[in-house]
Design a protein. Structure first.
Length: 153
């Protein structure tokens, strides 16, 4: 007899895995940490698979779970930032098609962006990552629990 939780997970959660990864990657700043964040989100979702009643609210629920996991992880790892310089394979592939000067300029811009990103409050990084993913202020408010009026200010 098939596990009803596994079937519910496959129907409700699996269609949102790509969106979860797209939202996790700007938070984690590298593929491995983003994959870990999505995996932990899925574990939490599976543990609470009976909670969501409305299938239309699954994606915001998942993103809220992921947001909370990210914030909790950052709090636990204050000494070590979850953000890193990015995927080395992507950088190597891109670098192969650029001149040394272009590579240096790109690396400097990436470093400037990285420093500016890390200067932002963790909660602001999470909000900006969700906005960059295309979520509306209302959706971000539902995901993060931050008042929509505060987001518009």
């Amino acid at each position: 007899m098939p596990n009803p939780d596994a079937k519910r997970f496959a129907i409700l959660i699996e269609p949102h895995l790509d969106a979860l990864f797209r939202a996790a990657h700007p938070l984690a700043r590298n593929r491995a940490d983003a994959e870990d964040l999505v995996q932990e989100t899925c574990v939490r979702a599976y543990e609470r698979i009976a909670e969501p009643r409305d299938p239309q609210l699954i994606k915001p629920w998942l993103l809220r779970v992921m947001h909370n996991l990210f914030i909790d992880g950052v709090r636990r790892a204050r000494v070590e930032s979850l953000a890193s310089s990015g995927n080395d394979e992507d950088a190597a592939s891109s670098a192969a098609h650029q001149s040394p000067e272009e590579n240096l300029n790109a690396a400097e811009r990436e470093e400037q962006f990285h420093r500016a990103w890390l200067k932002l409050d963790r909660n602001h990084r999470a909000l900006l990552a969700l906005q960059a993913e295309g979520y509306s202020v209302r959706e971000i408010s539902e995901i993060t629990g931050v008042d929509g009026e505060a987001l518009n200010a």
